[in-house]
Structures are given as C-alpha cells and as structure tokens.
Write a protein of this length. Structure first.
Length: 259
C-alpha cells in the first residue's frame, strides 16, 4: 500500500511539473498573440512582437522586437521600436484578479516624433487609445466611472532608459537626442488596479511629454539645420538667413512647449 501511495505521489508530482512546463511554454505564445491582436485594436496601428519569454517559476520575463506603427497620415515606418525589455512579477498573482508586476525595464527604445497637419504621431496614438477605450484624455487619465472587465494590473516600477528620440520636419532638418530616463511608479497599486489599456495610456503620455519637451529645448539645433534652407529661399546675407532660421526654430519650440 505504501509503495502504491508513493507511486501515486510521484506520478502527481511529475504531472504537476509537466503541467507547469506546458503552461509556461503556452504562456509565451498567448502573450505574443494577445499583444499582436489587442494592440492594433487599441492603438489603431500595426503592433508586432518578435519574441516573448516568461518563467512561471522565477517570475521573470523578457520581450524583444516590439514595434508600434504610425497612425494613418504619417510617413515614418513606426512610432516606437523596442529592442528588448525585461520584467519581474509575482508568479502567484497570475492566478488572482490582479497581476502584480514588480518591475518593467525598457532599454534604449527608438522613438520617432513626426509632425503632421493635425499634430504629432504620438498625440494621435494617444487619441486612438482614448477613443478605443471610450474614456480618459491625452494625458492618460481614464474616466473614473469607466468600468473595464478582465485582469487588472499593478506595476510597482516602470523604467524607460536610454530612449533614442528622432524628430524630423521637412525643410527644417533632423534632430537625434537621448531622452532622460522616464520613471513611473506605483501604477495600479490600489484595490482596483489598472487595466492594460490604462497602463498603455500612462506610458505613452509620459513618452510623448518627454519627447515634446526635448524638441522644445532643442530649438537652437533646429535653427541651425534650417539656416541653409532659409538662405536659399530668401537670399540675402548669412545673418538674414540665420535670423529667419532662428525665428523658425523658436516657432517650432513654442509649438512643442506644454500648454
């Protein structure tokens, strides 16, 4: 009898291990499909993800090759490209109503800020998310009365470091800068948590704000890039071209300054 009980116990342990492995392997595919299915519905642009690797036992994870496309009317291939990002979560929370993510670290993403007739691509992405969720505003704050089903999230620490910003305006020239770290904390720590859409709003709002601020602070570089063009258009001396380009750069800076 003891041998039988021991054999059953060992069999159950083996089955449990197999189940954990199978679920772990399936979870990677579920997350990838979820991002590529829900992402476009939320942002109204193409969203692609190359690879997801999650460990249920350690609570660690890695994603690579995340690409968020540009809204209709913008010419650059994508708005955001993430080479790699890591996360750490509480494994037991996967079975609860709220998944607790201890940290997310996004390293050296490529961010493209493009201007159009109706504003910037990042502002448009924010507007798309807001429209898709039916609440909130372009700062990423949802309507307090909005109820959303499904899993809630808690993200204790969200860090974007070494982000590369590219800005280009036809005729003015380009701008390439490294953004200061973007650090968000205590997201969804309350009992209600936060939805994936609300998290996307808050993160994208922080990226848009940091990008616009960088452009506004770089008017001198933009003015230098415009000097040659303005000289060719208005003729005259280098000083005249420089003055006109400086005014153009200031105008661009004013455009991106926070109202």
């Amino acid at each position: 009898m003891k041998k039988l009980i021991l054999g059953i116990g060992i069999g159950l342990v083996v089955l449990l291990i197999v189940a954990v492995v199978v679920v772990g392997l399936s979870l990677d595919g579920i997350v990838k499909r979820g991002v590529e299915t829900v992402g476009p519905k939320l942002t109204k642009v193409d969203v692609k993800l190359d690879k997801v690797s999650l460990s249920l036992l350690s609570g660690s994870g890695q994603i690579s090759g995340l690409v968020v496309g540009n809204p209709e009317g913008f010419k650059t291939p994508q708005a955001i490209r993430v080479g790699s990002a890591s996360l750490a979560l509480t494994p037991g929370s996967l079975l609860s109503d709220k998944i607790v993510i201890k940290s997310i670290k996004v390293e050296a993403p490529e961010i493209t800020l493009e201007t159009g007739l109706t504003g910037t691509n990042l502002k448009k992405l924010l507007a798309n998310i807001n429209e898709s969720t039916g609440g909130g505003d372009t700062t990423g704050t949802p309507k307090p009365t909005e109820q959303k089903p499904g899993k809630k999230l808690e993200v204790d620490d969200f860090l974007i470091t070494g982000a590369k910003l590219s800005f280009n305006m036809t005729g003015v020239g380009g701008l390439s800068k490294t953004l200061p770290d973007i650090h968000l904390t205590d997201l969804g720590t309350g009992a209600e948590g936060i939805t994936g859409a609300e998290l996307a709003q808050k993160v994208l709002a922080a990226i848009e704000e940091a990008s616009a601020k960088m452009v506004a602070e770089s008017t001198g570089d933009l003015a230098k890039g415009a000097t040659t063009l303005v000289k060719g258009l208005i003729g005259g001396t280098n000083n005249a071209a420089g003055d006109a380009a400086s005014k153009l750069g200031k105008g661009i800076g004013d455009l991106f300054k926070k109202k």
